[in-house]
Write a protein that binds this ligand. Structure first.
Ligand SMILES: CC(C)(COP(=O)(O)OP(=O)(O)OC[C@H]1O[C@@H](n2cnc3c(N)ncnc32)[C@H](O)[C@@H]1OP(=O)(O)O)[C@@H](O)C(=O)NCCC(=O)NCCS
Length: 332
């Protein structure tokens, strides 16, 4: 018999956060979404970041009445990296064994009521391309596709992997960040300025707001648990930085590097700088004995897609980002 389940507001306690994180941690890698903390600590960090910035968070959990076990959750919160008072990120998950019973819809309805009171006008959500039930649910709830973020992987053992099809920026010097920061005392301010300029041009609907300050950028490159400065490369034309790429070690696969960002100054594009940067990362990965490099590219970025394909990256799936623009009718 199906146990009775009640929906209640989540409490800011370790017990509730652990239950939510456990649901996320059980999601297989190929079904994971962005911003799904998989430990109570990481979830607390997200909650505290939102609180520090004065952002709203509403979270509800589904609890089995008889046992108190938490078997699903949904939440909505101000998008922390592109803050807008009426824009919210939404997510919902139910534990296996508790799906297709309307629990997700009840959870979402509870979150929706809170969001309406908070004045939400734009809801963002995400689903895997390979999850037809989630795509159907998003459509039923009135969400429309904004863009896709496709996952790619380069198998370094594959013959031809990393072989360039065109020229690689003659005259431009490529160096690992680990060398460059020792060579050039002013590296951080210059590289940070380049990063901000190119990051604004990644074809996404919105960009980091507020933008990443220099100290947070340095931490991202050098001090986060997965940072790997020797796998990040900068491109220098004479005395100017004209490109950079950022790679981290993978959180869950020691044989994989994660390529997180590539950017080239607008005036230096079309000369093979991005190709030269990517070739340097592939060479480093091979020398260090990694088996693969993973990356993600938005479906509306033809340049990056073409370059990855040229180098042998193979598409593995992707995420669909949805938006719902909404006005509420709370009557009743
Ligand atoms: C995408 C980007 C990094 C490309 O840098 P680049 O140095 O101009 O690229 P390259 O000159 O090395 O191009 C290599 C190949 O990529 C493809 N390519 C690059 N830009 C392209 C474009 N605008 N349209 C179509 N193909 C393109 C081509 O196949 C090109 O080979 P070819 O010139 O021999 O035809 C650059 O446009 C950029 O910084 N964009 C903004 C930031 C961004 O979107 N980054 C990716 C998200 S992480």
């Amino acid at each position: 018999m199906t146990p009775a389940v009640q929906i209640r507001a989540a409490r800011p306690t370790d017990a509730d956060r652990e239950a939510v994180a456990r649901i996320n941690a059980a999601v297989p890698r190929e079904e994971r979404h962005d911003i799904e903390p998989r430990s109570a600590g990481a979830l607390r960090e997200l909650d505290e970041l939102l609180a520090r910035r004065g952002h709203a968070l509403c979270r509800h959990v589904a609890e089995v009445v008889a046992t108190g076990e938490i078997v699903g959750y949904a939440h909505g919160f101000h998008v922390p990296w592109e803050h807008h008072p009426a824009r919210f990120w939404c997510a919902a998950r139910c534990a296996p064994g508790h799906r297709r019973r309307g629990i997700g819809a009840r959870l979402f309805a509870a979150v929706e009521r809170d969001l309406a009171r908070l004045g939400a006008r734009e809801l963002r959500a995400m689903a895997r391309e390979t999850q037809p039930e989630m795509l159907a649910l998003a459509a039923r709830l009135g969400f429309q596709e904004l863009f896709r973020s496709w996952d790619f992987e380069l198998d370094l053992a594959r013959p031809g992997a990393g072989r360039p099809g065109g020229r690689a920026a003659p005259g431009v010097a490529i160096a690992p960040l680990s060398e460059e920061r020792a060579r050039r005392p002013g590296w951080l301010a210059e590289l940070h300025a380049l990063y901000l300029a190119v990051n604004r041009e990644v074809p996404l609907p919105n960009h980091l707001d507020p933008e990443l300050p220099a100290d947070a950028f340095a931490a991202y490159l050098e001090r986060s648990p997965t940072s790997l400065p020797e796998a990040c490369f900068v491109a220098r034309d004479g005395d100017r930085y004209v490109g950079l790429c950022i790679l981290h070690r993978s959180e869950d696969d020691p044989a994989r590097l994660d390529h997180l960002f590539t950017g080239v100054a607008a005036a230096s594009r079309g000369r093979g700088v991005a190709r030269a940067l990517k070739l340097a990362t592939i060479d480093l990965a091979r020398r260090r004995g990694y088996s693969r490099i993973a990356t993600a590219v938005e479906s509306n970025n033809p340049g990056m897609l073409a370059l990855n394909e040229e180098l042998g990256f193979v598409r593995r799936g992707g995420l669909v980002v949805f938006e719902r623009r909404t006005s509420w009718n709370l009557a009743g």
